[in-house]
Design a protein around this ligand. Structure first.
Ligand SMILES: *[C@@H]1O[C@H](CO)[C@@H](O)[C@H](O)[C@H]1NC(C)=O
Length: 320
């Protein structure tokens, strides 16, 4: 079975004709990791998610990621951002816990106080490229690896990985979520040769392998996900409308899903790794939100409209 899938992965045309069945099969596996809503649990058990990002220029991205994690079903979302960004992000929503520490001289110490309480980390939404902030992000990644929690890396967090791949190489609970531009930069940093874009599935498999089988999710019209062993395609349809910020919906919801997938006992599947499963779930959810928001708002669809669809979209995909 595994071999057949690997072969399928190398033939994009074949994927297209078989993908609906495979999507359905993978979705049913995702359903098994979704925690039941019961009153017996204590607060925090369904996930405390941390977002590292938010600076002077960018406040929307960390907000989108954090609120998406909450709406998917995490109990708490923490945002670790710069002092200036904190006031803005707090004013978007009373639901987030916002720590104005990322540019403080003892940033690492401040964040480290919270790390033992976090179940997963999303690094990069609205992080920017300030050297000091990137250095802090790198140290937080190192600390989180030592705690063995899932780490999602997106946006400027991927910039960091392209400069210093060793920060994440070989960490089996890491999931990278590049768009095509970010993917190309990573690929070329790891392979020292230009990307041949003709077979994206193969390139995703190769990049994952070069990163020590870290899970890589290449976002696009069809999302491609690889853990270095196989490639999954999420062929659920969104719409023609792509709005800035929908990647943050994906990374934030993935923060929650990755926690569930890695803590599921027994492991949800022998053939699909927890990271692949979580990534697939987040892709499917994002596409579904996009499609539903588009039905109402058409070309005026924005990420806020998509976030409003998380509840119904989640229910449709994973709870029906
Ligand atoms: C990654 O996966 C491939 C395929 O299963 C395997 O051959 C390779 O040893 C793995 N690499 C690491 C670093 O685990």
């Amino acid at each position: 079975m595994l071999m057949i899938r690997n072969i399928i992965a190398l033939f994009p045309a074949f994927i297209r004709s078989t993908s609906l069945g495979m999507d359905e099969e993978t979705l049913s596996l995702v359903r098994t990791i979704v925690p039941a809503l019961t009153s017996k649990k204590h607060k925090g058990q369904d996930g405390r998610i941390g977002i590292i990002g938010g600076c002077q220029e960018y406040t929307g991205a960390p907000y989108f990621a954090a609120i998406s994690a909450l709406k998917v079903g995490a109990d708490l979302s923490h945002v670790f951002c710069t002092r200036e960004a904190a006031v803005v992000i707090k004013s978007y929503s009373p639901e987030l816990i916002v720590h104005p520490v990322l540019d403080s001289p003892n940033a690492l110490e401040e964040i480290d106080k919270w790390l033992p309480r976090l179940h997963s980390l999303v690094v990069g939404p609205g992080l920017g490229r300030d050297e000091g902030l990137l250095r802090t992000a790198k140290e937080v990644i190192e600390k989180s690896k030592a705690r063995d929690i899932p780490i999602i890396i997106d946006a400027d967090g991927l910039w960091l990985v392209a400069q210093q791949p060793s920060v994440i190489q070989g960490y089996q609970k890491a999931i990278l979520t590049p768009n095509f531009m970010e993917f190309t930069r990573l690929y070329e940093a790891l392979h020292q040769e230009p990307l041949d874009g003709s077979d994206r599935g193969r390139s995703v498999l190769q990049l994952s392998g070069a990163l020590g089988n870290v899970t890589v999710l290449l976002k696009g019209e069809q999302d491609l996900i690889s853990d270095g062993r196989r490639v999954l395609t999420c062929s659920l349809r969104g719409s023609g409308r792509r709005c800035g910020g929908q990647g943050d919906l994906l990374s934030g919801s993935l923060g929650a899903l990755a926690h569930w997938a890695f803590s599921a006992t027994p492991p949800p599947s022998r053939s699909v790794s927890p990271a692949l499963l979580a990534a697939f779930g987040a892709c499917a959810l994002t596409k579904q939100c996009n499609s539903q928001a588009f039905q109402t708002h058409g070309r005026a669809t924005t990420t806020s409209d998509m976030i409003q669809e998380i509840g119904p979209a989640f229910k449709k995909l994973f709870e029906s």
